[in-house]
Design a binder for this molecule. Structure first.
Ligand SMILES: [Zn+2]
Length: 407
């Protein structure tokens, strides 16, 4: 079974017939906002979109109300379904048996889906467990979002997230790691170009791989048709990943040993590069004290750089890193829109960043992140106008995944 094909969801589902329409007072189609709209769904896909406001012909119509707004299902470009949102997710993962991790991942997937997040990229779980859950949500759309899984991130021996079992160094092992992920059905290659704060002994301001390593990984991944997501905190890692041609840059935090390493030239190159910048946004609640301490000297500088990237036309999307803290639950993505506005994105661009732009970043732009004939019927219906008030995104009226109404 292909993991990246369309879900075949023919037949009656959750009380809805094979064909139905969803009608709302306004619609954001992934690109622009418009007035009353009717979206026609058949067997899990959108077959037509009508913006004339005329009532649909006879047939089943879901009408969540004139104040409701239709959107494409949201897309989180960076999550960890296997992290439990606890105070020590690394230890929890180490202690958990596969079955425990799987049941946690299934619950996390369901949490995301009920918030209207219909696609996620899982950028790191132990072994290839994310593929198991990805297969389940593909055949059973109400089990969770479509999951674009990286499998275990490629990392150095003892490096960041080594406990997920994706260690590889040197040309042969790196090529082997990419090929194995491709053969098993992963949708993306994740590589830890720099260290990270949450792994004991690893540091985010230190690089793990050099440019030659990255060129090997990117070359082989692209030859096999897979995008590469690069975890890159420090300037050297960001510069090397950019030069190697990765598809999405994760975090982009410019972390130095004691603060932010400003590099205006690199910021300018990044902004103009067209590389997707997957910023780690979205927080609900208080960050752990240790993280607050780490961020204290960095947060303002990082925000300044991210604002500059937006101003330079950088292609910003949101990867929440859901799962790694209690303040990053698996349904945290809608909270990021307030932060996007703070970085200077317009309200429309902020919504596009978590729909159509995110779909492009993940290589699924034909099927996801848009309300267009031919796309998957992944839909979110909310109450109110999300351009005026981003908090409306959390007033969920209905969620559809591959045509199945899940909420
Ligand atoms: Zn992550």
């Amino acid at each position: 079974m292909s993991l990246h094909g369309r879900a075949d969801t023919a037949g009656p589902m959750n009380g809805l017939p094979d064909e139905y329409a969803v009608r709302a007072g306004s619609m954001f189609d992934g690109f622009t906002m418009s007035g009353p709209a009717t979206v026609y769904v058949r067997r899990g896909r959108i077959v037509a979109v009508d913006r004339t406001g005329s009532p649909p012909p006879d047939g089943h119509v879901v009408e969540p109300g004139a104040d409701a707004c239709l959107l494409p299902g949201l897309i989180d470009t960076h999550t960890h379904l296997a992290f439990d949102c606890g105070t020590n997710p690394v230890e929890s993962m180490a202690e958990a048996q596969d079955e425990d991790l799987l049941s946690g991942m299934r619950a996390a997937a369901r949490t995301a889906l009920l918030a209207g997040i219909t696609t996620v990229r899982d950028l790191g779980a132990r072994d290839f467990l994310a593929l198991t859950v990805a297969r389940e949500t593909l055949t059973t759309p109400d089990a969770g979002p479509e999951i674009l899984a990286a499998g275990p991130p490629i990392t150095t021996y003892g490096g960041h997230c080594h406990f997920m079992n994706g260690e590889a160094e040197g040309r042969d092992q790196l090529l082997g790691a990419v090929r194995e992920r491709h053969d098993r059905g992963c949708a993306v290659i994740k590589i830890m170009v720099s260290g990270g704060q949450m792994t004991p002994g690893s540091r985010s301001h230190v690089s793990q791989y050099g440019q030659d390593d990255l060129r090997i990984v990117v070359g082989e991944a692209h030859r096999l048709g897979l995008p590469v997501a690069a975890h890159a905190h420090n300037t050297e890692a960001i510069a090397h990943a950019l030069a190697a041609g990765v598809d999405t840059m994760e975090h982009v935090s410019f972390s130095g040993e004691n603060g932010i390493d400003e590099d205006a030239g690199l910021v300018a190159r990044l902004g103009a590069s067209g590389t997707f910048l997957s910023l780690t946004l979205g927080t609900h609640g208080t960050l752990p004290l240790e993280v607050q301490r780490h961020l204290r000297t960095r947060l303002d500088g990082r925000r300044k750089i991210h604002r500059a990237l937006v101003e330079l036309g950088g292609r910003v999307v949101v990867g929440t890193d859901a799962g790694i803290f209690p303040s990053k639950p698996h349904d945290v993505l809608p909270y990021s829109v307030e932060e996007l506005k703070d970085l200077g994105l317009s309200p429309v661009a902020s919504l596009a960043a978590i729909t159509s732009q995110a779909a492009a970043a993940c290589g699924v732009e034909g099927r996801k992140g848009r309300i267009r004939a031919g796309a998957d019927a992944d839909l979110l219906v909310i109450g109110g106008d999300p351009l005026r008030d981003p908090a409306c995104l959390r007033d969920v009226r209905a969620v559809f995944r591959a045509g199945v109404r899940v909420r």
